[in-house]
Write a protein that binds this ligand. Structure first.
Ligand code: ADP
Length: 454
């Protein structure tokens, strides 16, 4: 028996673990967002303290605008913290929110510098630049905050009276900018690496879990296969062995011998059918041997199928619903014969109390539809969606008694789909079933040698 092909489900490629730049960007936004709520609450408290400090320390004309702006900033940071808590501001806006918060702090610092006209207020802006470098993880937004801070500071210092400290703070500003750029670069690279590793880890874990589930499913299928096949092999083999031993041990009259040989013949057919179905399904799913398509008229094939089955089975009434001729279809004849044999033998098998079996066909648009109807045990409605899957059998006493492997319909589906056709079933439990499939029409050659549809 050929081994099941497990390759497609078992591969976990390192290629699958490549992480795109977009994914890294999103992950970095996540890192920033994780801490944004805490930063926003801290800034709200800080600006509340500033508001109070401004009331106490600053001279009146400067105090009023500074208190107002600091208090408004505290309110804004509180509002942002609430919006984040309620997930109104999502991770998508992490970088924008960071830049916005930096702008609020910057506005306070620049205003302070402008109103006090004291160059040493530059220290607030130095802190801000380095602080943003320690938090931001988006280059465009970081550069934006840095530029607005430098330009704003430059413009205000430009308007101040010349001071001997100008050079000192100018150099401090330059050093802070270099430090901020360096800090930002190192942090960004470290986080990019960490996030890449983390994402690769998650992806590999997901792939491994998927492969594990698939492997378990294959394992389950193998168990099903072993129990089904061994049961199905044992039953006909036991009767073959029993009957041959019986015939070897005793001399039976001719009529009895024929009866026994008939049973043995039926059991051999069952065995052949089982092994063929299994090997065919394996071969067809692995694409070998390839299909040989030819243009065929289906009516003789359908008549022949009915004749062969009707000869071997006198229990059922056989009917056909076929037109005199059908348009040509483009099929692999051997495999469509296999489909018909499977569906018709199922109709026989699953109508144990006799009844009418009808084989019909008609043209439907650019397809030919074929159907096989029986008046047998039918299929419960919940089993219908799973009927064409490998090893599926209806879990009921009647089906168990009849026996089978659950491979026939899976094989039929593979073949019909390889023909670009469709397969389906309508069934009422206890009343019977109709299995149908469609096959595409052949395309006759046109005058210029091309093939056209009929
Ligand atoms: P098998 O016949 O070997 O069990 P199939 O794949 O041919 O395998 O069929 C799968 C299941 O579908 C069967 O076990 C049976 O439960 C159901 N089935 C198939 N054909 C019919 C039918 N004509 N009438 C009722 N049930 C059917």
């Amino acid at each position: 028996m050929r081994k099941l092909d497990l390759r497609p489900v078992m591969t976990v490629t390192s290629q699958n673990s490549n992480i795109s730049q977009q994914e890294i960007r999103e992950a970095l936004a996540g890192v920033v967002y994780e801490n944004l709520h805490l930063v926003s609450i801290s800034l709200a408290l800080l600006f509340l303290v500033f508001t109070i400090a401004h009331c106490v320390v600053l001279p009146r004309p400067i105090a009023v605008p500074m208190i107002t702006v600091a208090f408004l900033s505290a309110v804004l940071f509180t509002g942002l913290a609430i919006l984040m808590k309620r997930s109104v501001i999502t991770v998508r806006y992490a970088h924008q929110t960071t830049a916005g918060m930096a702008q609020i702090v910057l506005a306070n610092s620049l205003l302070h510098l402008y109103l006090t006209r004291e160059i040493h207020q530059t220290t607030n802006i130095l802190l801000l630049i380095v602080g943003v470098a320690c938090f931001c993880l988006s280059t465009p937004y970081f550069v934006f905050v840095l530029l607005t801070a430098l330009i704003g500071w430059g413009l205000i210092v430009w308007s101040l009276p010349p001071s001997p400290e100008w050079l000192h703070f100018g150099f401090a500003m330059f050093a802070a900018t270099v430090l901020a750029l360096l800090t930002y670069y190192v942090r960004l690279r470290t986080h990019q690496r960490l996030e890449r590793l983390r994402l690769q880890d998650i992806r590999q874990r997901t792939e491994l879990e998927g492969a594990l589930i698939a492997a378990k499913e294959v394992e389950r299928l193998k168990d099903d296969l072993i129990s089904t096949v061994s049961h199905e092999l044992r039953t006909p083999l036991t009767s073959l062995l029993g009957f041959t031993e019986l015939m070897l041990a005793r001399d039976f009259p001719h009529a009895k011998q024929r009866d026994l040989l008939n049973v043995m013949h039926r059991e051999s057919l069952r065995l052949t059918n089982l092994v063929n179905n299994f090997l065919d399904l394996q071969a067809i799913t692995s694409g070998y041997p390839p299909y040989h398509f030819v243009d065929v008229e289906l009516t003789p094939l359908l008549h022949e199928t009915v004749t062969v089955f009707a000869k071997a089975d006198e229990k059922h009434t056989w009917e056909t619903s076929l037109p005199d001729s059908l348009p040509l279809v483009h099929i692999d004849t051997d495999r469509i014969q296999q489909v018909l044999a499977n569906l018709v033998s199922n109709a026989v098998k699953f109508s144990p109390d006799s009844g009418v079996i009808t084989v019909g066909a008609e043209r439907q648009d650019m397809m030919v539809k074929v159907w096989i109807t029986d008046q047998g045990i039918g299929v419960p409605v919940e089993a219908l969606p799973k009927l064409f899957t490998k090893f599926f059998r209806v879990e009921e006493e009647a089906t168990r008694v009849i026996g089978g492997t659950g491979l026939g319909l899976a094989l039929v589906k593979e073949i019909i789909e390889a023909h670009q056709g469709q397969i389906g079933v309508e069934s009422t439990q206890g009343k019977g079933s109709t299995f149908f499939f469609t096959l595409p029409l052949a395309t006759p050659p046109s005058a210029d040698g091309e093939r056209n549809l009929v």
